[in-house]
Design a protein around this ligand. Structure first.
Ligand code: ADP
Ligand code: MG
Length: 704
């Protein structure tokens, strides 16, 4: 029998974590590093050499030959450039070296990363800077073992070129303001408030051989053509269904890889759509959670290859069945264990909680556009507002108990009681009665309170969760600051806080919605309430650069105006490029694979008609003739739509990059793509399966 390694032995084995540091660093160095990691104190650069040395020895003992500064540029994925530890040979011999300088600072030639004009090519310097709050880890794959050092990525002038730097800045902002709120309520012990995040990750698995036969999946991550099979997800038999063996073996492997990297993978299940699954880790500090989510995405893809499958992280790989998202569970936790989002059993008496809640409601209402923007990516345009994902309108679900407390406060000025959940009775004697949660769930809300955290459900499955959390942290920091500015000066704190909660709730109540977010009535109701309904990514991007956004982010030192403008620029560009690639892929597939297949099919039909007629002039060839006519008509439609798409796409691709180009792609190329897809999907239903040049939806999602 092979040796069994327990999960606790495996967990964090490849991480230069706290235990390893305590073990290997001199006490004084360890203490200084801890101060930065835990209290946010400035890093003392004099310790870098010692830490680097210990890190290198540890890594080499684990087989590492290289190190890399691991960073998160605005592409949304991670980047790495490997350097080996070898020194320049002396007498033909090398030693393994790694200095404090190399640990702290890297200088990738980074002119090819998107910077949205922040860095002209003539000043191409970019720096990666060690983030000691996220531990270094070892990546083991075919290349060998590499020491990965999480870093921020900045320009020569210190502008953030990545997703991590603004996130770290936003953590500082919310920490400072949240502590002011805690102090107001007499908490003198908490030293730090950190956002906690647990991102649930959805994904699809398909067979790799079939994946390789679909250029659309290879180039764009989603199917651009494909008729629905006779069965979709209507039976709800996949959700939480028995995990197939092949997928189970995959999940087992994924978990092990993640555990070794210290990622607390916890929950796995089949999702709603056939071939769709979910993985959720246990929540962690947001910086770590963001890094770990990147590792999760990478691991899901890597391990799929080993099992002869491909993992699709796209938000909408298949039209007609559910897409994938990421539920970003978010709360604020102090280092003394206080969860600021814990209402307790009697929320109406929990004034600190009510103030925090009122501030969050204000923040979300005021900056709904920014939250919506933070969840925008090209793929998510197919998901938000479709009948499965949260609608594109931001609203907050609070549940019956809190809604009732708010009603009491707004209607009578005082909240006197909290509804209880009561007892769950099943009517079966042998089953125990349970205490019920005070609130049922609501699956249709984009921003739902779920007991002791908020769940922001809009983020796309392929997107980094950094942007969403940067926005959440900052908008809530602002609301806390405005509250603390007034309350710290109040003569009668109790009265002032009571009045403030009432005022905030009354002013921002419009964003609370406990009903069905998927319904058409909600769209109309939301419009009446004046809530923005931002339907697409190109419509969402301007939110980044409004005066309101610039003021917010500059005040808290999270983004400068230039950094915001650069992000808008990068997003327009990435939108246009993605649509351009999708359009070109469709043109390629339709022109080189689909049209030739249909021509072969029509030739077969024509051959059959003449053959039958020759053999038996009285025979009825009306079916073949009808099919021939129908396919020929659709073939013409396809060819016309193909030419039109090619034309409009070339025109848009030639435009200067920026907002106009992205808008043109959205309003002209996307409809032209739909116009090409329509006849092709109908043809797929007519043409002999043997001749159809790629695996169907049925082949892909039911035969994994
Ligand atoms: P569900 O969404 O089905 O209710 P859970 O509540 O168990 O599932 O958790 C979903 C995710 O939320 C998990 O990643 C979990 O660790 C995380 N989570 C739980 N409590 C908190 C919290 N206080 N703050 C942030 N995330 C949390
Ligand atoms: Mg959830």
């Amino acid at each position: 029998m092979s040796e069994v390694i327990s999960v606790s032995e495996m967990f964090g084995k490849d991480v230069f974590n706290d235990a390893v540091m305590r073990d290997r660093l001199p006490k004084s160095v360890y203490k200084k590093l801890k101060k930065t990691i835990e209290d946010g104190a400035e890093l003392d650069p004099s310790i870098a050499d010692v830490v680097a040395h210990a890190m290198k020895d540890w890594a080499i003992e684990h087989g590492a030959t290289h190190f890399t500064h691991w960073f998160q540029p605005l592409t949304g994925v991670t980047a790495e450039k490997h350097d080996s530890f070898i020194s320049a040979p002396v007498d033909g011999k090398v030693i393994m070296e790694f200095s404090g300088k190399e640990l702290i600072k890297g200088e990738p030639d980074a002119s090819s990363f998107p910077s949205g004009g922040l860095r002209a090519t003539f000043e191409a310097r970019g720096y990666t800077v060690w983030d000691c709050t996220s531990p270094a880890f070892l990546k083991e794959d075919a290349i060998g073992v590499t020491l990965c050092i999480p870093t921020s990525f900045c320009s020569y002038k210190g502008e953030a070129l990545d997703k991590k730097t603004p996130l770290l800045r936003s953590m500082q902002a919310v920490n400072e303001q949240a502590l002011r709120i805690l102090r107001l309520f007499g908490n003198t012990t908490a030293k730090r408030v950190n956002p906690s995040v647990g991102p649930e990750q959805e994904y699809f698995l398909v067979d790799r051989q079939k994946y390789l036969q679909r250029k659309d999946l290879i180039y764009t991550g989603r199917t651009l053509f494909g008729a629905m099979p006779p069965k979709g997800q209507e039976m709800d038999d996949h959700y939480f269904g028995i995990i197939r063996e092949r997928v189970g073996a995959y999940m087992n492997d994924v978990n092990k890889e993640l555990w070794k990297l210290g990622v607390p993978a916890k929950t796995q299940h089949n999702e709603v759509a056939p071939a769709q699954h979910e993985l959720a880790p246990i929540y962690e500090g947001v910086n770590q959670a963001v890094d770990h989510n990147q590792i999760i995405m990478e691991t899901l893809k890597k391990v799929a290859g080993r099992h002869g499958m491909a993992c699709l992280l796209h938000e909408k790989p298949f039209a007609g069945v559910n897409g994938s998202g990421k539920h970003n569970n978010w709360s604020l936790t102090a280092d003394d264990g206080t969860n600021l989002m814990n209402p307790g059993d009697t929320p109406h008496e929990n004034i600190q909680f009510l103030l925090v809640l009122a501030c969050i409601i204000k923040a979300v209402d005021r900056h709904a556009d920014l939250l919506r923007e933070s969840a925008s990516d090209v793929g998510n345009d197919h998901r938000l507002g479709a009948n499965e994902a949260p609608p594109a309108i931001i609203s907050i679900f609070l549940g019956e108990q809190l809604e009732d407390v708010i009603d009491q406060l707004c209607d009578t000025g005082e909240a006197t009681h909290s509804k209880k959940g009561g007892t769950l009775r099943t009517g079966v004697n042998i089953l125990p009665d349970l205490d019920k949660d005070a609130t049922d769930r609501n699956r249709t809300s984009p921003f739902a309170f779920t007991g002791n955290k908020f769940e922001f459900r809009m983020v796309g499955s392929s997107d980094s969760v950094a942007s969403a959390n940067t926005v959440l942290n900052t908008i809530v920091a602002e609301a806390f600051k405005e509250a603390a500015d007034i309350l710290e000066k109040a003569d009668d704190f109790d009265l002032a806080v009571h009045d403030m909660i009432k005022e905030l709730l009354a002013a921002h109540r419009r964003v609370i919605f406990n009903g069905n977010g998927y319904s058409d009535e909600w769209v109309q109701e939301a419009e009446k309430r004046g809530l923005p309904n931002i339907r697409s990514m190109v419509d969402a991007i301007p939110a980044l650069v409004t005066d309101k956004a610039v003021k917010l982010f500059e005040e808290f030192g999270v983004f400068t105006r230039a950094e915001l403008e650069s992000r808008a620029e990068v997003e327009y560009e990435s939108y246009a490029k993605s649509i351009n690639i999708e359009a070109k892929t469709m043109v390629d597939m339709a022109g080189k694979q689909i049209i030739p297949a249909v021509i072969r099919y029509t030739a077969q039909l024509a051959g059959s008609i003449s053959a039958v007629r020759n053999a038996c002039p009285e025979a009825d060839v009306s079916t073949q003739t009808e099919l021939l006519l129908e396919s020929s008509d659709l073939l013409t439609e396809t060819k016309t739509a193909l030419a039109a798409l090619e034309d409009v796409n070339n025109r848009c691709a030639a435009m200067e990059s920026g907002r106009d180009q992205a808008v043109a792609c959205h309003s002209e190329v996307v409809p032209a793509m739909e116009a090409l897809r329509a006849p092709v999907d109908r043809l797929e239903m007519l043409v002999d399966k043997e001749l159809w040049p790629m695996p169907s939806y049925g082949d892909l999602i039911f035969e994994v």
